[in-house]
Ligand binder design. Sequence first.
Ligand code: GLN
Length: 198
Amino acid sequence: MKIGVLALQGAFAEHIATLDRLGVEAREVRLPRELNGIDGLIIPGGESTSISRLMVSFKLRDNIKSLAKNGLPVLGTCAGMILLAKQISDSDAEPIGVIDIEVKRNAFGRQQESFETELFIPALGPEPFPAVFIRAPLIEKVGNGVEILARLADGTVVAAKQKNVLVAAFHPELTNDLRFHRYFLNLVSGQSKQKDRI
Ligand code: GLN
């Protein structure tokens, strides 16, 4: 299994380190040809407007969009989640639009721009997940067919999945808990089994 990690800007090295710890081959993706042969793709956190601009100038945006539409498992964390959304309520960056959610950038007030909290994520089991939020976005609206995976105590949606696309407003790559990445890799293995059957 080979996982591509979009390496234009932001926390890509941390995702690669997490994949290393899980014994999974990772490939930095900066050029369209580096998307060939990957089984899944991670779009990291960082600055969504910069990543969005770079994705267009490196001619990656349309390729990523069609791969995701064709079923390639994609994980977007924080800025990566913003870029995968159908709509961003407060930015003129044009998102890729492969998960039916509307997100709001920098959604948490000043005092709480960055914080860590224990999240209950049923899909990962009963142990709470240590979620790190850094100038994080939130999910304001969720369309039909989107599975909500995690909420903050006040009900705010912070992780979701629609078919092959998984997003989190927080940074699972910055903790020692590997369960979120493992969940994504299960999605990837499920998808390649399906490919084998065709
Ligand atoms: N606030 C950033 C943005 O809007 C996202 C922050 C992050 O990825 N940690 O792009």
